[in-house]
Design a protein around this ligand. Structure first.
Ligand code: MTE
Length: 345
């Protein structure tokens, strides 16, 4: 299999800087009179950064956090405010917030890309509980607050590639799924992790239809779930997740097609066998369990060799080459060593 080296600008866990250090650097830059110069004077910024407790230059695509609307539960507001900032620049432009939150697949709220933003506007996510069960030593019903409590949130900028052929770059806020899994202590029998979305047709109107076989279910092999890139997200652009993006808790697996990144999770179950996922029940010949982004394995009805980076228009479709494992091959290819990726698609 052809494997391209992944983007060297990817942040690594050791390159996340606590907000206090980030703010200290900002303060220092201000004192030096260079705040706002940004990339215009990288040498100066870098030099100033080194003076501030080893902090690094501000990211090339640092963003202004979007303010939350409405009443955020205090524990979530606090966790978001205390999040760690990624300081290593990511070479690709962020997809604008309006596009990330306005062009969605969330079939529980309708079929068209604009339906979720419209129909999930009043989606109530409090209180929210997540059941953890199956092959683990700490099964329980957790409130979202208890689930998040021990974790420090991080900003993580990832590419996001849908199996339909469009892609985005999203600044998520979340924490490594591996940290949660360690807390739950999977037994030696656990080989897979199953995730389930809320099933409540009163709150998710399209669940009254047979558009999909509800509830939405996804799964990962345990080692994929434990990979440091795999995260549980509770926000994006520095704010809590908009309902249409999977509030209050969703999965993000950046090297896989977007349908693996299940939204509004209410159950996490450890299993000895691979779960039967929604898309495998719907169309097993089109959507595999692995769903790794792969330009060499086409969807039966379209090529995966290229993708459209949103936002696009008819006149500027913004085509780019699809990268193996969505650009994360260096980090994840070893998970699939020796596997036939055409068969295990
Ligand atoms: N999760 C649930 N519960 N329901 C869905 O319809 N759609 C999936 C995934 N997670 C989906 C879901 C698909 S097909 C994609 S491409 C991504 O969510 C889209 O995520 P986004 O709307 O945040 O871009």
């Amino acid at each position: 299999m052809f494997i391209r080296r992944s983007d060297p600008s990817l942040p690594r866990p050791s390159e996340i800087t606590p907000e206090s250090v980030y703010l200290e650097r900002r303060h220092l830059l201000k004192q030096l009179g260079v705040a706002g110069l940004g990339l215009a004077s990288p040498g100066l910024v870098a030099a100033a950064g080194q003076g501030a407790a080893g902090a690094r230059p501000a990211p090339a695509n640092a963003y202004t956090a979007i303010a939350d609307r409405g009443n955020l539960p205090p524990f979530l507001a606090k966790a978001l405010a205390a999040r760690q900032r990624v300081t290593r620049p990511f070479s690709e432009a962020l997809t604008p917030y309006e596009v990330v939150s306005g062009y969605n697949n969330f079939y529980e709220f309708g079929f068209d890309k604009s339906d979720p933003a419209q129909n999930a506007r009043n989606f109530r996510v409090e209180p929210w509980r997540v059941r953890v069960d199956g092959e683990c030593e700490a099964p329980a019903d957790y409130t979202l607050e208890d689930l998040l409590a021990p974790h420090t949130l991080q900003d993580r900028i990832y590419r996001f590639r849908c199996v339909e052929g469009w892609s985005m770059v999203v600044p998520w806020v979340g924490f490594p799924l591996a940290d949660l899994i360690r807390r739950m202590r999977p037994t030696s029998k656990a080989r897979h992790v199953e995730f389930t979305t809320l099933h409540d047709p009163q709150r998710m109107p399209a669940q009254h239809t047979d558009l999909l076989d509800w509830p939405y279910v996804e799964g990962l092999r345990l080692d994929e779930a434990m990979h440091p890139l795999t995260m549980l997200a509770v926000g994006l652009y520095g704010r809590s997740l908009p309902p249409q993006n999977g509030a209050p808790l969703r999965l993000v697996v950046p090297w896989k097609y977007g349908f693996k990144s299940i939204k509004s999770i209410v159950r996490i179950r450890f299993l000895a066998q691979a779960p039967r996922t929604t898309w495998q029940r719907m169309a097993p010949e089109e959507y595999g369990y692995y769903a790794n982004v792969n330009p060499r394995v086409d969807h039966p009805r379209w090529s995966q060799a290229r993708e459209r980076r949103l936002p696009t228009t008819f006149f500027s479709p913004n085509w780019r080459e699809t990268l193996p494992f969505n650009g994360y091959a260096r980090d994840v290819a070893t998970l699939y060593r020796g596997m036939d990726l055409h068969r295990h698609f």
